[in-house]
Design a protein around this ligand. Structure first.
Ligand code: C5P
Length: 310
């Protein structure tokens, strides 16, 4: 039997996040285009009679009890399989905490992959996607990776074939996090969408991504071409809770004239960039926003996957 495994899962940005009205189950119907970024959280899992977790890197202050999605993911696998094994889980976090990049969901996705291997459960990717949806709206995408159209709560996914690995992203993370449920509640309080209403669709962005994937064209997706499709319906709600974010958005778009949007429920911003100028763009944005943590990412086709086993 294996003693130790390591799996990782990517963070994400939503290139388009269209939000409908509140559903009866307390969630909002979404129409979104997820894009996985090559910024990964790792989960090291060692066989152990008990189930426990710890965190290194970012987020060392986070709870490590049953409220953590990592423990929830492990317990879900124990329940589904009826297995009587435990594990010591160490999460190495690089994805900003409460940043709108689905770091917690990435941790849950990496845990599902790691423990499926460590405990030799043999679940298929499809089964793990179903378990992921029980854990959180963004967990299935963290398992899938690449670029995908998300509907429902975000868990109904259709991969989008594209040549989009041509663009890079500069992420601007904020030292103060923002709670996703709080942003959705503010979205409701501001009555941005009527209860039960459908979200707008991301059709034009998806067509652009798919057309540009046509190999005969070779023109590929560029940050300039993507710019007019970038939209996040949660921005007014996040900016209402956090006026400092409205100011960052204004500076990025109006003063610096950059293709920028809030990532998910925020407070991280994403600025699209060409891969060739990514390093310079990181340096210049760090200068413009010394109070933020500025780092580079690139679209990746990887979802949660095993790195090694022992
Ligand atoms: O699914 P997840 O647990 O990540 O969602 C966290 C919270 O975000 C939900 O409890 C809900 O308040 C809000 N949410 C929502 N609509 C979605 C996804 C999340 O209202 N589609």
């Amino acid at each position: 039997m294996k003693q130790e495994v390591m799996a990782c899962a990517p963070g994400k940005v939503n290139l388009s996040l269209r939000v409908g009205g509140l559903r009866e189950d307390g969630f909002h119907e979404l129409d979104t285009v997820f894009c996985a970024l090559d910024i990964y959280d790792d989960v090291h899992a060692t066989l152990d009679p008990a189930l426990s977790m710890s965190i290194t890197g970012l987020g060392e202050e986070l709870p490590v009890d049953e409220s953590n999605l990592v423990i929830k993911a492990a317990k879900l696998l124990q329940e589904k399989s009826g297995i009587n094994l435990g594990a010591r889980l160490v999460v190495e976090k690089r994805i900003p905490v409460a940043g709108g990049m689905a770091g917690g969901s990435a941790d849950a996705a990496a845990t599902l992959v790691a423990l499926n291997e460590l405990w030799e459960l043999g679940y298929t990717k499809l089964e793990l996607l179903e378990f992921g949806a029980e854990l959180g709206s963004d967990v299935p995408f963290a398992l899938l990776g690449g670029i995908a159209h998300g509907r429902g709560r975000g868990e109904n996914l259709v991969p989008i074939e594209t040549a989009a690995n041509m663009f890079g992203v500069v992420m601007l993370a904020n030292p103060v996090g923002l709670s996703t449920p709080a942003v959705f509640q503010e979205f409701d309080r501001l009555q941005i969408a009527e209860a039960g209403s459908a979200p707008a669709e991301s059709t034009e962005l998806i067509s652009y991504l798919q057309e540009e994937a046509d190999l005969s064209q070779r023109s590929a997706v560029t940050s300039a071409g993507l710019r007019k499709f970038l939209i996040n319906d949660l921005e007014p709600a996040a900016f209402s809770l956090r006026p400092d974010l409205a100011e960052i958005s204004r500076k990025l778009q109006e003063e610096l004239n950059l293709p920028a949007l809030l990532s998910g429920s925020g407070p991280t911003f994403a600025v699209l960039s060409e891969v060739s100028s990514l390093n310079e763009d990181v340096a210049s944005l760090q200068k413009s926003f010394p109070e933020l943590m500025v780092f580079a990412g690139a679209m990746t086709n990887c979802g949660a996957h095993l790195r090694w086993t022992k």
